[in-house]
Design a protein around this ligand. Structure first.
Ligand code: HEC
Length: 193
């Protein structure tokens, strides 16, 4: 007869085996892709730097509206979209904490929360791009934060009552929220130097 303790322990053993299997398969796919841990770290840091450059481009256009360019703004938002969501998660799927990396071990322990922040970043990058004006010339006022949009947003923030795009955020609001997502993720998952 099986002992009770064994019956209770079974799900835990199973869960551990799953975690072990996923680590092994992640390392295996790394190997299959011919990438070393150093490559993975360098590549994701490169992706992060590309997002930082995109943020700088967008911030520059909000600061100096006369420098606005629809293509420049949308390209920058697209750079962030491309490196966020599933792609950002993939950058950390096989390797979290490692030599030469500032990534925290917490990423491996909190996959769901890390994924939520990655997906949030993707949503705000798309919101910023879709709220961006297509007309050349200085940045139009309708890209600016609207009355009722607060930097933090939240359920109590007033929504603009505009039948056509009631849920749509202004580009500036989407941009500020996007920056907040970079900061939230770094605060929890990026080690301080
Ligand atoms: C879901 C989490 C997450 C989000 C969202 C995120 N980052 Fe990061 N970022 C990290 C982690 C983790 C590191 C450390 C990576 C490493 O050193 O391996 C990092 C590192 C960086 C670095 C340093 C790269 C280097 O050369 O060492 C920059 C710059 C950066 N992020 C910019 C950004 C910007 C800008 C955004 C938002 C547009 C952003 N990040 C969004 C997790 C995130």
């Amino acid at each position: 007869m099986r002992s009770r303790a064994f019956v209770f322990a079974r799900p835990f053993i199973f869960a551990r085996a799953l975690v072990f299997a996923s680590v092994v398969s992640a390392l295996f796919s790394l190997h299959a892709a011919g990438q070393s841990i150093t490559d993975v770290v360098a590549q994701r840091q490169h992706h992060m730097k590309a997002m930082a450059a995109a943020v700088k481009t967008m911030a520059g256009m909000f600061k100096s509206p006369e420098t606005y360019s629809p293509a420049g703004f949308k390209d920058a938002a697209e750079t962030i979209r491309r490196h966020s969501g599933p792609s950002l998660q993939a950058d950390f799927s096989a390797v979290t904490a490692a030599k030469g990396s500032d990534a925290s071990e917490l990423i491996a322990a909190e996959r769901q929360r890390f994924a939520q922040l990655s997906d949030e970043l993707e949503r705000y990058a798309m919101a910023a791009a879709s709220a961006a004006s297509d007309s050349p010339g200085p940045m139009p006022d309708n890209m600016r934060m609207r009355e009722g949009e607060t930097v933090s947003g939240g359920p109590l923030a007033k929504r603009p009552r505009n039948a056509a795009n009631e849920a749509a955020m202004s580009a500036e609001h989407a941009f500020h929220t996007l920056l907040g997502t970079c900061t939230s993720c770094h605060a929890r998952y990026r080690l301080k130097e």
